[in-house]
Ligand binder design. Structure first.
Ligand code: IMP
Length: 426
């Protein structure tokens, strides 16, 4: 590996945290390129569970450089809390570098997220209400405030004043609620700026130099392909670009600097929030997957909707991110099921389609076409080699490879680092 991107191939929550942590050990630099604290990676180390929202998983290793790229939106309160929590567990954060071009989340973004979701009523998107969408909206509107502004009190004052006034007008006139006090936010954010300042740098230069030096760099995607603003199940998407292409705009490196892309595939499918989900199981098998797989949101605690593996989605993800191989996670969750299904196509208007449709109205009209497999009963949590997996589990993996046209590189059979089968070197 010299530069490797990790992307989620489904609707997020594929278990990227563990895979990132696993590969971070072999990397020298770990980089976040999009999203914000709407993401939640749970990493287990030495019996302790770390919930990381903004800080790259590599932070658990003292010798890795961890970068929060310009494409990330940063809620400083959340970032500082995460830093303090890590320090409380004896984990240093001096190797953290924050882009001076990243945009900053303010309390009015969070309020706007809440109000707009509430106003949409039945049609709400089911956002994490962390202010992510409104922060990216301001970025696109060119009124956003960046980390480089945060560090200059006079610049911050001027920009924040305009933003608070504008948002307060929106809150009062459209939503009929009270606005924010400028002084309070300004003082609070000046305090945050002091805490964050030592970590801020031009990460585009840093990263370019590190890659040129031949360092092994891991780009850690948050969310997943189907939550991508352009290529996901619009409008039920996040406001950033989790696909591999997001790395270039989100970190300031060119596409020729990306060597490989690993797609993280959960052995079944889950989604939080709303929107059509063809292989969803609203029965006892869905409940089985949710309980056995602990499918509750890391960030919001919401129960995740669960369903069978969908290779229409996976093939689409492989294509749009140029995925070179995949990491299969949570295979152990399927243990004990008599029959396991894989969706291989959609029945749509009397035809069978194999390309993922653009519109959610079409997706809602898609009925999954399944292949059925016999399950396995054996506990696989301690299996270290592919050949030691039960025959039916091996068959399941091999069939996924055939259907999506790329090879498995990693199979995860439990939350701990040791519960991992490696099929190739990194
Ligand atoms: P937002 O990112 O909070 O704006 O939410 C937009 C959509 O993305 C909602 O459906 C969220 O549930 C979903 N979403 C955002 N972050 C994650 C994640 O880390 N995992 C899964 N879904 C997410």
């Amino acid at each position: 590996m010299s530069t490797l991107v990790i992307v989620g191939t489904q609707w997020g929550d594929e278990g990227k945290g563990k895979i990132t942590d696993y590969l971070a050990e072999k990397a020298e630099v770990v980089v976040r390129y999009q999203g914000g604290n709407n993401a939640g990676h749970t990493v287990e180390k030495g019996g302790v569970q770390y919930k990381l929202h903004l800080i790259p998983s590599g932070i658990l290793y003292p010798d890795k450089t961890c970068i929060i790229g310009n494409g990330v939106v940063i809620d400083p309160a959340s970032l500082i809390e995460e830093m303090e929590n890590l320090k409380g567990h004896g984990i240093g954060v001096n190797n953290l570098k924050i882009s001076d071009r990243a945009h900053v989340v303010f309390p009015y973004h969070i309020r706007q997220d809440e109000l707009e979701e509430a106003a949409k009523g039945e049609d709400d998107l089911g956002t994490t209400k962390k202010g992510i969408g409104p922060c990216y909206m301001d970025k696109a509107e060119r009124t956003g405030i960046r980390i480089c502004d945060l560090l200059k009190p006079e610049v911050l004052k001027e920009k924040l004043k305009k933003n608070v006034e504008k948002k307060n007008t929106l809150f009062r006139n459209v939503y009929g609620v009270e606005g924010f006090n400028f002084d309070e936010i300004y003082e609070k954010y000046l305090g945050y700026a002091e805490k964050i300042k030592p970590f801020v740098t031009d990460t585009t230069v840093l990263l370019y130099d590190l890659i040129k030096e031949g360092k092994k760099v891991l780009f850690e995607g948050a969310q997943g392909t189907l939550l991508d603003l352009d290529l996901g199940t619009y409008p039920y998407v996040t406001a950033s670009h989790p696909i591999a292409g997001g790395v270039t705009v989100g970190t300031g490196i060119g596409p020729t600097m990306i060597d490989e892309v690993i797609g993280v595939v959960k052995a079944y499918t889950t989604r939080v929030g709303k929107g059509p989900f063809p292989t969803e199981l609203r029965d006892e098998i869905g409940n089985f997957l949710r309980e056995k797989g602990h499918e509750y949101g890391t960030t919001t605690g919401r129960p995740r909707r669960c369903g069978w593996l969908d290779t229409v989605i996976l093939r689409y993800s492989v294509r749009v991110s140029g995925i070179t191989h995949f990491a299969l996670t949570k295979l152990d969750t399927l243990t004990g099921l008599k029959k396991i299904k894989i969706c291989i196509g959609y029945k749509f208007k009397r035809e069978v389609i194999t390309d993922f449709p653009a519109g959610i109205e079409d997706l809602a009209g898609c009925e999954p076409v399944y292949e059925e497999f016999d399950g396995w009963e054996e506990d696989i949590k301690q299996v270290k080699k592919f050949e030691q997996l039960p025959y039916n589990a091996q068959r399941y993996v091999r069939r996924i490879e055939e259907l999506i046209g790329i090879k498995a590189a990693i199979i995860s059979v439990g939350p701990e680092r040791e519960q991992t089968i490696l099929l190739r070197e990194f």
